[in-house]
Design a protein around this ligand. Structure first.
Ligand code: SAH
Ligand code: SF4
Length: 347
């Protein structure tokens, strides 16, 4: 019989399972506390009797991540991890330090199916979904390794969170629960390339998280060229879903826009974007596209002058816009780049 992933279970589920197995309720609380502390084996649960430990080992396993590589930016202290999963797969996570505390960018899948042309993860193919426990483990491992408390989580690492909807929603409920890591929804951002039916589902959950949409273009022709998902759900459909999401949750949406020279950074693109977002409760994050020399389109990032001009136009139309600070530029901090370089070494 396949072992059950105990770290993806809610405390109430463990309580129920223990009750059915005839274990006292306080054992469930003890086990849960150990799991939240980040132990990697039942043997480390020192206040459990040996007999119970062996019974648990026969039914459950504890998911975890091991640090395979750790890079620290000399410029700003940003930390990038290459983690190894129980089955030998690799994922990446990045820890950034801000005035208000530490933020971690975690992965939700090993690879990604979406194939965006500027993205190292997208170009590296898809392997599998992560479990809720593997998402939690990235946070806990980084906390333990650096002796810090992480206050903010962004689902912007490898993978498309809404393509792993069930596990991601479970993770969100787990990580925000008081008895687990207790990181409130307002401290969590989820970024998606725009899987519309899942945006509608997420709207119904009424989570208070920040939804980020990877827009990267303001017309269908350009967006379809760089993001294949746009052939399935076009811009109008995406923005309609965003408007509904805002009305259901009362939360501002953040639009991500990576500036790629000569592709999506013209004055016309800025005007078109402003028209499309007119009147929406939103914010635009312009990202100087980075590390895209691998991309088949021979893409280059836009220069700062061009980006500033783009900002001016958006502002003239009353759109809230910022240029995202680049962190960890010297360590390939954008997700997908490290696993990609590891794969290159392996083959
Ligand atoms: N799959 C989700 C979340 C992971 S990607 C999504 O696409 O939103 C996280 C963010 O990094 C996205 O906004 C993505 O578009 C952006 N990104 C990917 N490659 C990039 C690159 N080379 N330069 C700048 N941003 C990039
Ligand atoms: Fe996947 Fe996001 Fe990369 Fe697109 S940008 S390939 S959706 S990880």
């Amino acid at each position: 019989m396949a072992l059950v992933d105990i770290k993806s279970m809610f405390k109430a589920e463990i309580l129920e399972a223990f009750k059915n197995a005839g274990y006292p309720a306080y054992r469930a609380s003890q086990v849960y506390l150990w799991l939240v502390k980040g132990v990697k084996s039942f043997d480390e649960m020192r206040n459990l009797p040996k007999g119970l430990i062996s019974e648990l080992k026969e039914k459950y396993y504890i998911a975890g991540v091991e640090i395979e590589r750790k890079l620290i930016s000399k410029i700003d202290g940003t930390i990038k991890y290459l983690f190894r999963l129980n089955d030998g797969e690799h994922i990446e996570a990045v820890v950034m330090s801000y005035k208000h505390g530490y933020t971690i960018c975690i992965s939700t899948q090993v690879g990604c199916k979406m194939g965006c042309k500027f993205c190292a993860t997208g170009m590296g193919g898809f392997s599998r979904n992560l479990t809720a426990s593997e998402m939690i483990s990235q946070i806990k491992e980084a906390e333990l390794d650096n002796e810090i408390r992480i206050s903010n989580v962004v689902l912007m690492g490898m993978g498309e969170p809404l393509d792993n909807y069930k596990n991601v929603v479970k993770f969100l409920r787990l990580v925000s629960s008081k008895e687990n890591l207790n990181i409130g929804m307002r401290h969590i951002s989820l970024s998606t390339c725009g899987i519309i039916d899942k945006i509608y589902e997420l709207a119904e959950e009424k989570f208070q998280l920040t939804l980020s949409i990877s827009l990267h273009a303001s017309d269908d022709l350009t967006r379809s060229k760089i993001m294949p998902i746009n052939n399935k759900y076009n811009l109008d459909e995406l923005l309609t879903a965003c408007r509904l999401y805002i009305s259901k949750t009362n939360r501002r949406i953040s639009f991500e826009y990576a500036m790629i020279a000569g592709v999506n950074d013209s004055d016309e693109c800025a005007k078109c974007l402003a028209e499309k977002l007119r009147g929406m409760l939103c914010h635009v994050n312009l990202i100087p596209a980075n590390g895209i020399d691998f991309a088949p389109g021979n893409y280059k990032k836009s220069g700062m002058e061009r980006i500033k001009k783009f900002v001016n136009i958006l502002e003239k139309y009353g759109i809230n816009v910022t240029i995202r600070r680049t962190l960890g530029a010297d360590i390939n901090a954008s997700c997908g780049q490290l696993r990609r370089s590891t794969k290159k070494v392996e083959v």
